[in-house]
Design a binder for this molecule. Structure first.
Ligand SMILES: [Fe+2]
Length: 265
């Protein structure tokens, strides 16, 4: 059976039907094309072990090591476990719109999540907001303004509160990482806003009234409902998104969930 692509809600995402353990070269080209077009694609009912998961990831690009969390085990350091337990209090990991690792000089190009254990469907979604659409719909005066701007992003930005528990539990020293990025990225032929509010700590120029106004506007504008797609998780579902153009966040929930994550350089 050949691969089938089903676009969702005004092309903010697409579901792809295929078996990821046996894709051929043409399938891979189509997956990459869809990823570029929609920003986020997902695959249901994938029975992949860690070796097969990593093998698919390597077809997309070179897996990165996540700077702040340890890997699954010695054999699969590229796979990190994103886990929420029923008894956990406070916000989930990543519970605010952000792009991954914007506080590093070279954030991952793509992020993949593979669900191993999930609560009832619809209870713990991941929401995406297309920054291609956000840029396209930006009023002209702001477009001109942000095309020239650089932002500073920090691992201790507003979203840091959701990682404190995780890092305490699993991981490495909690040293602050910071990086500067242009607020507009050109990906292929498209332009995208690159503004991860969860990590944003300021513009790389003196803050003034105009910039304050822009910051406020961007934060509201970039997550308008019309740019968003809410992904419902099922067990054995794999999602992959462009980490430069798709903001994402975990919806708040109470329950057990285990996701295996791979990021691509
Ligand atoms: Fe994330």
């Amino acid at each position: 059976m050949s691969l089938k692509i089903f676009p969702k809600k005004k092309n903010t995402a697409a579901e792809i039907v295929c078996n990821l353990s046996s894709i051929n070269k043409i399938d891979l080209v189509n997956i990459k094309r869809a990823l570029n077009k929609f920003g986020m694609v997902y695959f249901r009912n994938q029975k992949l072990n860690s070796k097969q998961y990593l093998s698919f990831a390597k077809k997309i690009g070179k897996p990165a090591l996540y700077p702040r969390l340890k890997g699954l085990n010695k054999k699969f350091p590229e796979i990190t476990v994103v886990q929420r337990k029923k008894k956990d209090k406070g916000p989930s990991f990543g519970e605010q719109f952000h792009t991954d690792s914007s506080y590093t000089k070279k954030p991952p190009t793509f992020t993949m999540l593979f669900s191993k254990l999930v609560p009832r469907k619809g209870l713990a979604n991941t929401e995406f907001s297309s920054q291609y659409l956000a840029y396209e719909n930006l009023p002209k005066k702001y477009k001109t303004q942000i095309n020239k701007l650089i932002g500073t992003f920090s691992s201790k930005g507003p979203i840091a509160i959701t990682t404190v528990e995780r890092v305490k539990e699993k991981g490495k020293l909690n040293k602050e990482l910071k990086a500067n990025h242009k607020l507009v990225k050109t990906i292929g032929k498209k332009k995208s806003i690159y503004f991860s509010a969860g990590h944003f700590i300021g513009f790389n120029s003196r803050q003034n009234r105009k910039l304050n106004e822009l910051e406020k506007y961007l934060k509201k504008h970039q997550i308008k409902k019309k740019f968003q797609f809410s992904l419902e998780w099922e067990k054995n579902q794999l999602a992959i998104w462009d980490n430069r153009s798709m903001l994402h966040q975990a919806t708040p929930f109470n329950g057990n969930r285990i996701m295996h994550r791979i990021t691509i350089k």
